[in-house]
Design a protein around this ligand. Structure first.
Ligand SMILES: NC(=O)c1ccc[n+]([C@@H]2O[C@H](COP(=O)([O-])OP(=O)(O)OC[C@H]3O[C@@H](n4cnc5c(N)ncnc54)[C@H](O)[C@@H]3O)[C@@H](O)[C@H]2O)c1
Length: 387
């Protein structure tokens, strides 16, 4: 079978990593047959035999590619994505699939109206390949944990110094990026929240804008999600702390699961909490608990795994791990946390996309923030560590 012909638009930190993953054959049955960037300096770094474009539409219509990877700043994901869909290409879009819910919906609509039924639409949610989250999803799906009661996710190890924000004119502005830590770093955890626990019924949040950096968007968030069954999830994130923490704790009827840097631990109750609570005759009694070892090997195949899964889906119809139609969920959660802060009240889900868009438009229109930028060379090894 012929390798799948990829075009990549956006050859910055992430696009370059995808380019190397394919050209250095970490992804099987794939080749890069065209690239596009507005910056000619970036294009000069690719192999001379690969055709280069400065206009993504020209590359999309060139007939040189069958699949497109979009790794541009966020606002272009949905506009370039719609053009690719209409042209019949398979599409792999970086997270977030768009900046706000309405734009996500527009991109999904273009997928639903795609000219070729077999077109594949995938999002780069590489953390779905992490075996810790895959095991948790299994334990929730097969009922081992029982009904969920309380979740806490502290994800504060996304530290970024000021120079990171100055390294791209688009970063950390309402007009260029459309948000901060919720739109750039946390789409991964917000995607996992929905993937694991489903849709919350209500979202409350306090976002702080430029609390730790000279930026106009949020870099510090404390949120509380409420679910239909009464379960709650507290979600805390920032790019202003180091060393920070990444700890997800799930308390369910049959046990407690903790995912952190040390791996995955399950503390299994001998009897469900509610049943014990109702039936025990011991005023200070507690169910006995067994610690179940869950061996976890590494963090999964990450970006290369999603790329390979995308190729395998196009060529062999292997089930897709991260369908981009699900990319609307993390954006809806991020938008809801921001909306809750803008209006200082809880937000009922599903989010009113028009209402959020009006706030975002206003933030863009009223911005007086003056962006300072610098050119920095990013070391690929550092980047791998930080995502
Ligand atoms: N999945 C992950 O773990 C992960 C990690 C990092 C970044 N990302 C995502 O990748 C995307 C890019 O981030 P980055 O850090 O690589 O940014 P970057 O600024 O390093 O690179 C963006 C590149 O896009 C080019 N570009 C901008 N607009 C363009 C257009 N209209 N047409 C063609 N080229 C254009 C720029 O010249 C630049 O080279 C973002 O959406 C980001 O959220 C994802």
């Amino acid at each position: 079978m012929n390798p799948l012909k990829f075009g990549i638009v956006g050859l910055g930190n992430m696009g370059t990593q995808h380019y190397h993953s394919i050209t250095q054959q970490f992804v099987q049955r794939a080749e890069v047959t065209a690239v596009c960037d507005l910056d000619s300096g970036r294009l000069s770094k690719v192999s001379p035999e690969i055709p280069c474009f400065s206009d993504s539409l020209e590359m999309i219509e060139s007939e040189l590619i069958e699949a497109l990877i979009i790794a541009t700043p966020h606002y272009d994901h949905s506009t370039i994505g719609e053009a690719a869909m209409k042209s019949g290409l398979h599409l792999l879009v970086e997270k977030p699939i768009a900046v706000h819910k309405n734009a996500c919906q527009q991109l999904i609509n273009s997928y639903e109206k795609r000219p070729r039924q077999e077109q594949v639409f995938c999002a780069m949610f590489n953390q779905r390949t992490d075996p810790r989250y895959q095991r948790i999803r299994e334990m929730i799906g097969n009922g081992v944990l029982g009904e969920l009661r309380r979740m806490n996710w502290i994800i504060t190890d996304w530290f970024r110094p000021d120079i990171y924000y100055r390294s791209g004119g688009w970063r950390a502005t309402w007009r260029g990026e459309g948000g901060g830590v919720l739109l750039n770093q946390c789409p991964h955890q917000l995607d996992l929240l929905w993937w694991l626990f489903g849709k919350p019924s209500q979202v409350w949040a306090q976002c702080r804008f430029g609390k730790w950096h000279d930026i106009e968007v949020e870099d510090d968030v404390t949120a509380l999600l409420t679910y239909e069954n009464g379960a709650t999830c507290s979600f805390i994130t920032t790019t202003g702390e180091t060393p920070g923490t990444n700890r997800l704790e799930i308390v369910a009827e049959n046990g407690t699961v903790i995912a952190d840097e040390s791996g995955l631990r399950l503390f299994k109750n001998s009897i469900s909490i509610s049943e014990f609570c109702r039936s025990t005759d011991q005023p200070f009694g507690k169910p006995t608990v067994e610690e179940v070892k869950i061996p976890i090997d590494g963090k999964g195949s990450q970006h290369r795994g999603i790329l390979q899964n995308f190729v395998d889906n196009v060529l062999d119809q292997t089930p897709l791990l991260a369908p981009a139609t699900e990319g609307i969920h993390s954006v809806e959660l991020a938008n809801a946390m921001l909306l809750s802060t803008f209006e200082n009240q809880s937000v009922r889900m599903p989010l009113d996309g028009d209402r959020y868009w009006r706030h975002l438009e206003q933030r863009i229109a009223n911005s007086s923030y003056k962006k300072k930028t610098v050119t920095v060379a990013v070391n690929a090894a550092d980047m791998n560590k930080s995502y």
